[in-house]
Design a protein around this ligand. Structure first.
Ligand SMILES: Cc1ncc(COP(=O)(O)O)c(C=O)c1O
Length: 457
């Protein structure tokens, strides 16, 4: 097996290079024939194993054609960035290390790099420098991480030791969410035992921001979940109006900034996030707007000790320092997700990240103007990189999306706003050029034209 290792890695790398080289010209969503061919994976478990080279060949020859080109320039769904080459290359090298990056004992290089990456994240996002940064798999998991720390801290303040006594019979913790909180916040809360009917919902304004005047009561037993970057509109809750009051009341404020927190890197956009630095915890993704590969996100907690105690997994045979990643994330064995973050930040620098974010926001604004001029309804104000669009009717909106997807040229997701169908166009890939955005606009215009011709009969 050893003799084949170099050959195998070279083969996989060569195939990856071919895939990347063709990313611009492949269908964004795979053709039906490629999806049908996936049945080739439906083999029985081999009794004696098969050759390594045919395994990689099958993965590439059947798998690659059935992938979605999220790593390409015309994928406009889910606020998903492509992978920056340097971040992907750093991951590639890390795979060769194969270190379980829980502590510096198991992964000294990763631990040193993740410590720097954590400091850089606090610096570039201008969040309290004393905070702990746990590198987790996703904003979903990082919000779960932060909310677990939040509940524990509030219970301890209330004189209850949850580490010893658990949560059954504990003082009641109230949770206030936004009417527009992301579904993964609800999921995290559900996992923590806060069922939907227990959540207090703060109403939002027409833009999807919490209306401070209608905020439910906040007290020292409340976790308040705010949002930087509403998933449809890209809007921000009014942090500077809400957070000082919440903190004065003793509440714990968590901000889900999966993509929107990156607005802080830009002089032009930072004002939307003003006051968010006063929260207690934050979630931000790497795999969205920083354009690292999946799985990459950060759980940031102002009270570093609190996060480290909440997630402590020191064992007699594996103890770590307060900033060991196994004590800041849900994992014990883990890949060093901070390494691609470090690679991305080191090569882009503060200015490079700001330029990328600003470019996407300008592309979004121009796209919105073009679509409005063509008679589409652009529902949101386009403060960030999200353009929420609908046609004249739900049927037209859905038909435009289906036509665009069938064209293979672009992909984007559907949503609804005010009870009506809408599609969400997210600008977040470093590969997306102005030409790609123009091509998206042309596809949408052609799609609507085709729908109208069909309607006419
Ligand atoms: C505002 C917001 N929060 C959380 C998430 C979940 O992020 P992840 O997919 O990294 O779990 C998303 C994903 O789109 C999001 O837009």
């Amino acid at each position: 097996m050893k003799n084949n290792e170099a050959e195998l890695v070279l083969d996989a790398d060569a195939r990856a290079q071919i895939y990347i080289a063709g990313i611009d010209s492949r269908r964004v969503f795979p053709a039906q024939s490629a999806l049908d061919a996936l049945s080739a994976f439906d083999e029985s478990l081999p009794e004696h194993g098969t050759s390594e080279s045919t395994t990689i060949a099958l993965l590439d020859e059947v798998g690659s054609p059935a992938t979605v080109a999220t790593n390409g320039p015309r994928y406009f769904g889910f606020v998903v960035g492509a992978a920056l080459p340097v971040a992907a290359a750093a991951e590639r090298l890390m795979l060769a290390w194969d270190n379980g990056a829980g502590t510096s004992m198991t992964a000294p290089a990763s631990a040193a790099i993740e410590e720097v990456a954590g400091k850089w994240i606090l610096d570039i996002l201008d969040l309290p420098r004393e905070s702990a940064v746990g590198f987790g798999t996703s904003a979903s998991v990082c919000s779960l991480t932060c909310l677990t720390a939040a509940r524990r801290a509030l219970l301890i303040r209330a004189g209850w030791n949850p580490d010893e006594n658990g949560v059954f019979g504990a003082p009641e913790i109230r949770v206030v969410i936004s009417e527009k909180s992301h579904i993964t916040i609800l999921k995290a809360l559900r996992v923590l035992g806060f069922g939907a009917s227990r959540l207090l919902v703060a109403p939002v304004d027409e833009f999807g921001r919490i209306d401070p005047a209608r905020m439910p009561l906040l007290d020292e037993r409340t976790i308040l979940c705010l949002q930087a970057g509403e998933v449809n509109t890209g809007e921000f809750d009014p942090f500077s109006e809400i957070i000082p009051k919440a903190r004065a009341a003793g509440a714990w404020v968590h901000i889900d900034g999966a993509f929107g927190l990156w607005a802080r890197v830009s002089e032009k956009l930072r004002h939307y996030t003003a006051g968010c630095e006063d929260a207690d915890s934050w979630t931000v993704d790497g795999h969205k707007w920083l354009n690292t590969p999946y799985d990459c996100a950060m759980a940031i907690c102002r009270d570093a000790t609190s996060l480290a105690e909440t997630l402590n997994s020191d064992a007699v045979y594996a103890s770590g320092s307060i900033n060991a990643q196994k004590n800041l994330t849900l994992d014990f064995s883990r890949r060093a997700r901070g390494v691609p973050v470090w690679a991305a930040l080191r090569t882009l620098g503060r200015k490079g990240v700001a330029e990328m974010v600003e470019q996407h926001c300008s592309q979004a604004s121009r796209l919105a103007e073009t679509l409005r001029a063509e008679g589409f309804e652009v529902i949101n104000r386009v403060v960030l990189n999200q353009v929420l669009v609908r046609g004249e009717t739900d049927a037209e909106t859905q038909a435009v999306q289906a036509w665009a997807h069938n064209s293979g040229e672009v992909w984007f997701g559907m949503s609804s706003w005010g009870g009506k169908a809408a599609f969400r166009l997210s600008l977040s890939s470093w590969r997306t050029s102005d030409d790609d955005v123009a091509r998206l606009a042309s596809v949408l215009i052609a799609a609507r034209h085709s729908f109208r011709l069909r309607e006419l009969g």
